[in-house]
Design a protein around this ligand. Structure first.
Ligand code: F0G
Length: 386
């Protein structure tokens, strides 16, 4: 079950508090190096597990780039590159916990709806665990790299003639009817794993809290996870204050940004469209808990156009870092919030890159990136180079 039978709201996992707190807990966590960047935080994620299903995952780099910082207008900008997880997106952090839990409850089959990354990750972790995987994706609307991975890892792929929001409705209904274990981020164990993006980031910053953490928002599971991670880090004395969260949506898929502008008085649902197919979502499932995350962190939500996303992506790619379009919304958002005066140029900002550059080859090989074909001769080369 993912929902409360009384109110229909999403369930949350609460663990018993770990024995250590504050600097003692920090020291213990800092003592653990290597292994999985998720299971290093085991007592904060899934304490009772004997044997996790793990690659391992996590331990992603925090990258500083003068070119990217210059574009954003913030010298103190770092990029947490979650695209460098085993299947190329942050989803692996939630999936290692989700599949571990699926095995723990004896699931015979697992199912998810996805814009591509969740399905690739579920296909991989399902294969690792030897559990049957079925995924529902919006037909023709997921990036080629993600589809190829999902098929390659051996999942059954059903392309639904509708959008992601329809896939999510269908997957909730079907998982209930078929008795298959649901592994979208409405599953609270996914959220527990995704919290470790924040724990690992804080640790890499030597527990010095940044002023801002910036991430793209689609279904808002990650926003919910970030909010929960920060709340727990504060409660456990790992940090002494909260950073502000900035959630960035694409203008064609921005119901949450629209609602934020009206102090969350209304919940909106839109017909989503954006080049950033990962966040092409019109009715985010983790809405309430994302509102809580924004309110508690004094956060902001904004939207950036497809043109801004692609511009930011080119800057990240040309800096030698690379990411998929949805990830570049983070950088486009920082730039926009600096221009608006919301983020100070002197602020310490960490932006999350959620997916790998190779996820979406079509976005790279359009008319803007021409490849020139030549005869195999020096003359032919010279003719072009001149
Ligand atoms: N960035 C990437 C690369 C994503 O794949 C997603 C979500 C997000 C950002 C947004 O995260 O949904 O937690 O707000 N992808 C999901 C999927 C929907 O099916 O792979 P969110």
């Amino acid at each position: 079950m993912t929902r409360c039978i009384a109110c229909g709201g999403l369930l949350e996992v609460r663990h018993q508090a770990p024995p250590l707190r504050g600097t003692a807990l920090r020291a213990e966590l800092d003592r653990r190096v290597g292994g999985s960047g998720v299971w290093r935080f085991r007592e904060l994620v899934l304490p009772a597990t004997a044997e996790p299903v793990s690659y391992p995952e996590g331990n992603t780099p925090l990258i500083a780039s003068a070119a990217v910082a210059g574009f954003a207008g913030v010298a103190g900008l770092t990029l947490k590159h979650e695209g460098l997880n085993p299947t190329g997106s942050f989803k692996d952090r939630g999936m290692t916990v989700g599949i571990t839990q699926a095995r723990r409850v004896g699931a015979q089959a697992v199912v998810c709806a996805s814009t591509g990354n969740t399905s690739a990750s579920l296909a991989a972790y399902g294969a690792l665990a030897g559990i049957r995987v079925c995924v529902l994706v919006p037909a023709g609307k997921i990036a080629l790299g993600k589809l190829a991975q999902t098929v390659g890892f051996g999942a059954q792929v059903l392309a639904v003639r509708d959008d992601f929001d329809a896939c999510l409705r269908l997957v909730e209904e079907s998982s209930e009817q078929l008795g298959w274990y649901l592994l979208n981020s409405i599953n609270p164990f996914r959220i527990e794993g995704q919290k470790t993006i924040v724990f690992e980031l804080l640790q890499q910053l030597k527990w010095e809290v940044p002023d801002w953490i910036v991430l793209p928002g689609g279904n808002l599971g990650n926003t919910a996870a970030f909010g929960k991670a920060l709340r727990e880090a504060l409660e456990l004395g790992l940090i002494d204050r909260l950073p502000r969260l900035a959630v960035i949506q694409a203008t064609g898929a921005a119901p949450f940004a629209r609602s934020y502008a009206e102090r969350f008085q209304h919940r909106y649902e839109v017909q989503a469209d954006t080049v950033a197919t990962a966040i092409r979502i019109g009715n985010p499932a983790s809405w309430e808990r994302a509102v809580t995350a924004i309110r508690e962190s004094n956060g902001v939500v904004t939207a950036v156009s497809d043109a801004e996303i692609l511009e930011a992506k080119t800057v990240i790619d040309r800096a030698g870092i690379g990411c998929e379009p949805a990830s570049a919304a983070s950088l486009a958002g920082v730039r926009r919030l600096v221009a608006a005066g919301t983020i100070a140029p002197s602020a310490r900002v960490s932006a999350v890159l959620t997916g790998h550059m190779l996820k979406d080859p079509e976005s790279l090989l359009g008319a803007r990136h021409p490849v020139q074909e030549i005869e195999p001769s020096l003359d032919a080369m010279r003719a072009i180079l001149d």
